[in-house]
Design a protein around this ligand. Structure first.
Ligand SMILES: N[C@@H](CCC(=O)N[C@@H](CS)C(=O)NCC(=O)O)C(=O)O
Length: 213
């Protein structure tokens, strides 16, 4: 199986960490070369979004679709609960990570890191600061209010919910936007615990090396 993308993207990181936790056999392949998106990446991702995946002749884009495929191929270890309410809550937290957290993170990471480093253009630092000042506090206030004492979002065990929520926070941490343990101790401890898992920590260490951080 080939996963196309860079784990600096929260969606790619989510997919890669899920695949690693499943013990799936995959290769992470760059979606671009110096001339732009590669033809093989575009065959798997018609709109050029990462991640995308190829397994033999089968191709599919989108982190949630790829995760659904991997989970169907390899149900164990179970990371998407089967109990109806726990399953629904897991998908809500995935959506929270993918849309609400990643929307804030995108403004911060794109303008502070991606634009200047990868596109050679100054980012809109005002937009990044504004997102950190107005959007970020709502995210951490929400988590601080709902995090269970177990340190896991659903069923008091590690699930896709934890992967999906922690991933965009890892992206923001690369852009000087981290949770303050003094004001949000539960959220800071929660993210530290999830991101310390080898599936996350090894990937984030490679990203830091790439960014020279
Ligand atoms: N819903 C998609 C979102 C994918 C996405 O927006 N990826 C971004 C990187 S974070 C991308 O490829 N952007 C490039 C572009 O829009 O051209 C998923 O979960 O995979």
């Amino acid at each position: 199986m080939i996963i196309y993308g860079s784990t600096l993207s929260p969606f790619v990181r989510k997919t890669v960490v899920f695949a690693r936790e499943k013990g799936a056999d995959f290769e992470l392949r760059a979606p671009r070369d110096p001339s732009g998106p590669t033809a093989e990446f575009l065959r798997a991702s018609p709109f050029g979004k990462m991640p995308a995946m190829r397994d033999g002749d089968f191709t599919i884009p989108d982190s949630t679709a790829i995760i659904t495929y991997i989970d169907a191929l390899q149900p164990q270890p179970n990371l998407i609960p089967t109990d109806p309410q726990a399953r629904a809550r897991t998908i809500w937290y995935e959506e929270f990570g993918d849309t609400i957290v990643a929307a804030c993170g995108g403004k911060i990471f794109f303008n502070r890191v991606v634009s200047p480093r990868f596109f050679g253009k100054p980012g809109d630092l005002g937009a990044a600061d504004e997102a950190q000042r107005t959007e970020f506090p709502r995210l951490v206030d929400y988590l601080e209010g709902i995090l269970p004492a177990s340190g896991y979002l659903v069923e008091d065990r590690f699930t896709l919910a934890d992967i999906a929520v922690a991933s965009p926070f890892a992206t923001m941490a690369h852009a000087q936007c981290a949770v303050d343990a003094a004001t949000h101790p539960k959220t800071a401890a929660y993210l530290a615990g999830i991101l310390a898992r080898p599936s996350f920590a090894e990937v984030v260490a490679q990203e830091k090396a790439l960014l020279g951080a």
